[in-house]
Write a protein that binds this ligand. Structure first.
Ligand SMILES: [Zn+2]
Length: 399
């Protein structure tokens, strides 16, 4: 087997003969031809083997020996002896206007499913980031199918000067289905209206959101039959914030040493009581009790937080949940602690979708996990400020 045969095999170039393999500077050039054969004139149908002239087509292929590799295809034009028509020979390996081979494109497309930066993909494929961007523009994923359980959450982005992007998740399949550039009413409405005549809006039975009012108003209109659920994490966070704010208020007036102690013990207060660690060297229970002992507001706030978390964990029946939540709100009001006002207001305003969080098992916890992968893409995509390309990279990475 000659070296040329090896290359043909290696490069999977069937029906092609390598005329010459040439390495010049930092690039490989593979000169190719296909054998002369009878062609039928596309105009009059006459058979001909008469070669009129040659044209060279230069295309980028996958790297060979880690060097950029170009195919230089010497393409024949045949001439019809009957009608004079000139036409290019047929070939199966290269579309007429291609600048890259199919397998180069496939390899690049595959690489785009990683979380790697455009720059390192370009280096691996010995091409420019410009070409990567062009491919990204060309492969932008189409409108995905709407799932039965839809999660909507935001994540910090840095493209198109938008602080928060919106991530739509299929919560049953645990993967993102789409990314929106922001979470305004206009964007959300425009996005979901695209589904209006697809019959897919009916597919969505449950939607998990946080307490962002725009979500609610838009979704109520577009999915009037779907059950809207407040994400458990966001629900619990309200009570956590209240507790945090009580701690901050109190520690402000404490002497220096105690203030530092309170600040350092922050996580002990936020942790579930049942998860506090007690070992030979660490005693988080004592650490917590020291803080709660002399400060009634902090003690009450802590108990309110614990109670709410316990409820969310244990109660899954609608009526019981309603009763317990109402009692909790009353208790928080009666405590007179101003920091809980935001939480109780939110719980009152959002009561119905909040109660759904007790009853249904769906939450955006998965989306939080996706956000970590997105963060890696974001970090690697330094300079990826074009939102559409950012969206494409994220969706490919989760395919
Ligand atoms: Zn002809």
């Amino acid at each position: 087997m000659s070296i040329n045969d090896n290359i043909i095999k290696l490069m999977e170039l069937k029906g092609v003969s390598v005329v010459e393999l040439q390495t010049e500077g930092e690039a490989n050039y593979i000169h190719l031809e296909v054998p002369i054969q009878g062609h039928t004139c596309p105009c009059c149908g006459t058979s001909t083997r008469y070669v009129h002239d040659y044209r060279e087509q230069k295309v980028l292929d996958v790297p060979l020996y880690n060097k950029p590799t170009y195919l230089l295809y010497r393409k024949r034009r045949y001439r019809c002896p009957t009608c004079g028509k000139r036409f290019f020979e047929k070939n199966d390996f290269l579309p007429r206007y291609a600048h890259t081979t199919n397998r180069f494109f496939l390899r690049l497309f595959q690489e785009l499913h990683s979380v790697d930066s455009q720059k390192s993909i370009a280096e691996r494929l010995t091409t420019s980031t410009m070409r990567i961007r062009r491919v990204l523009d060309a492969v932008s994923p189409p409108l995905p199918k709407l799932p039965e359980v839809l999660g909507i959450d935001e994540f910090r982005g840095n493209t198109n000067r938008t602080k928060y992007h919106c991530i739509l998740t299929d919560l049953t399949a645990s993967k993102p289905i789409d990314i929106l550039c922001n979470r305004t009413e206009a964007t959300l409405t425009h996005h979901f209206r695209k589904y209006q005549h697809t019959g897919q809006l009916e597919n969505v039975k449950f939607i998990v959101i946080d307490m962002w009012f725009v979500y609610y108003t838009v979704l109520r209109q577009i999915f009037p039959k779907a059950t809207i659920i407040i994400d458990r994490f966001h629900l619990v966070r309200q009570a956590m914030w209240s507790l945090e704010n009580v701690r901050k208020r109190i520690q402000k007036d404490l002497p220096d040493s105690l203030r530092v102690y309170f600040k350092k013990s922050r996580s002990v207060l936020l942790k579930r009581a049942s998860h506090l660690r007690v070992t030979d060297t660490i005693n988080e229970v004592r650490q917590r009790d020291r803080m709660l002992e002399y400060i009634p507001d902090l003690k009450k706030a802590y108990e309110l937080k614990e109670e709410l978390l316990q409820m969310v964990q244990d109660t899954h029946d609608l009526e019981t949940a309603r009763q317990q939540l109402d009692e909790w709100i009353k208790k928080a009001d009666a405590s007179g602690i101003p920091e809980f006002k935001t939480a109780t207001r939110a719980y009152r305003n959002w009561k119905k979708p909040i109660l759904n969080a007790f009853v249904y098992p769906y939450s955006n916890g998965i989306t939080e996990g996706c956000n970590n992968k997105i963060k890696v893409i974001k970090r690697n995509a330094f300079g990826l400020r074009n939102f559409d390309r950012f969206r494409t990279r994220i969706l490919l990475a989760f395919q």
